[in-house]
Design a protein around this ligand. Sequence first.
Ligand SMILES: [Zn+2]
Ligand SMILES: [Zn+2]
Length: 132
Amino acid sequence: MSPPLTGGCQCGRVRYEIIGEPLKITACHCMECQKQSGGAFGMALWVRSGDLRVKGTPKSYTRTADSGNPMTGVFCPDCGVRLYNIPSSDQDVYLLKPGTLDDTSGVRPERMVWARRKQHWLDIPDDIELVD
Ligand SMILES: [Zn+2]
Ligand SMILES: [Zn+2]
């Protein structure tokens, strides 16, 4: 995927542009990511914080992650769509939700974490790196 990449929430109140090359795409199978995504796993497009331009006024919510560190989720105050997470361990990187991109055709995780919590029916392709 080559920048600029654009995306936003469901209602369109919050839009964003990624002006630099994303670092990687990961998926996480932990229970918090299943809860937050409302699906089988959560996905993260790693972008440098300085490369993300946000238009609109999102809200944020901070919780304590399984690691013990605070994790801040940024979302649209109208439709509630989560746009990205800010891990306190690395403030220079935002974990953007790649399903909010306008074009998701290039979205494929290269690494999956918390694989032992994955849904039992899910078969992971051999070329995706698994990290417990
Ligand atoms: Zn919205
Ligand atoms: Zn997770």
